[in-house]
Design a protein around this ligand. Structure first.
Ligand SMILES: [Zn+2]
Length: 303
């Protein structure tokens, strides 16, 4: 049976984003292939397709050599950081001023439209993807900030609104942040760190408001899952500020599980505590010397 082909339009987009160059070795002019990161040949989403040369392809699939093959997470990181570098090199992140103003207005409109969507409207996902595309292809600092501000606004509303958008917003915050997180070889500069911190602040609001209003599994679990990933970013890069900002969110969220005087939001509390224990394991494995953070985690379990 022949494997299903990647649709031509998607293939062209993937190759264009990668500048027709292998995202792992980044050697120009080599012959390239499209690799399905998750190993599923029918998953043709943009996020799952990486451009690799023939040499690197055997390394990512682990079919040759004795060395360890690249993990999926690694390949995804290479892809993201490379796509971003190609994008920067094309200078698409510096649109002219009038155009920028137009984009800012568009972002506002999209945010309003998301907030006005009726419950479980599939348009929410489409609109969030639109915001993300604007960020990816036109996102200078001003536009990025505007989009994160929009996500922040949605985070506040997700606690009281009827539309269960919290998991989608959490996912987008992570997607945005992951653009700044490369393989260790790609440094995270001061500005990048600030954007990551802004994403975490929005995630913290999401956690706090959803716990305060006792949202179920659909919200708290994915929020905690993404918070763990953000925490890990702090550990990888040895940036205490990132880890501490994540912990601020846990503290507020755990406290807000008790905000209703009569009923404790038990599911939220249990989920967050489980997540705190995961953070403890990550911390002791990766940064055993961070004693302040260790103490803070212990205190969180006492809330
Ligand atoms: Zn290569």
């Amino acid at each position: 049976m022949s494997r299903p082909r990647v649709p031509v339009r998607i293939e062209a987009e993937v190759l264009f984003r990668a500048g027709h160059t292998c995202c792992v070795c980044r050697t120009k002019g080599k012959e390239v292939q499209i690799h399905h990161i998750d190993g599923n040949p029918s998953n043709n989403t943009l996020d799952n397709l990486a451009v690799v040369c023939l040499d690197c392809h055997s390394r990512v699939t682990g079919t040759r050599g004795l060395g360890r093959s690249y993990s999926r997470v690694e390949v995804r990181k290479y892809k993201r950081s490379w796509d971003q570098q190609v994008q920067y090199s094309r200078h698409v992140h510096h649109p002219r001023i009038t155009y920028r103003k137009e984009l800012i207005t568009q972002i506002d409109l999209i945010v309003c439209e998301i907030l006005a969507c009726p419950p479980r409207d599939s348009r929410v996902k489409v609109l969030l993807d639109m915001l993300y595309e604007i960020f990816l292809w036109r996102g200078n600092r001003e536009i990025t900030r505007k989009i994160i501000e929009g996500l922040n606004h949605m985070a506040v509303m997700s606690g009281i609104g009827t539309t269960p958008i919290a998991p989608l917003v959490a996912e987008k915050l992570w997607d945005m942040c992951s653009q700044y997180v490369g393989p260790e070889t790609v440094p995270m500069d001061k500005q990048d760190t600030l954007e990551v911190l802004r994403c975490i602040d929005a995630l913290n609001i999401l956690a706090e408001y959803n716990c305060e209003f006792g949202r179920g599994k659909s919200a708290v679990q994915p929020i905690a899952g993404h918070a763990e990933r953000f925490f890990e970013v702090g550990l990888w890069y040895s940036k205490k500020r990132i880890a501490d900002t994540v912990l601020n969110g846990y503290e507020k969220a755990l406290k807000s599980c008790y905000s209703s005087k009569r009923i404790v939001f038990g599911f939220g509390r249990t989920t967050l505590r489980k997540s705190v224990r995961k953070l403890q394991n990550l911390l002791s494995a990766q940064r055993p010397g961070w004693s302040k953070e260790r103490i803070r985690l212990k205190k969180l379990l006492a809330i």
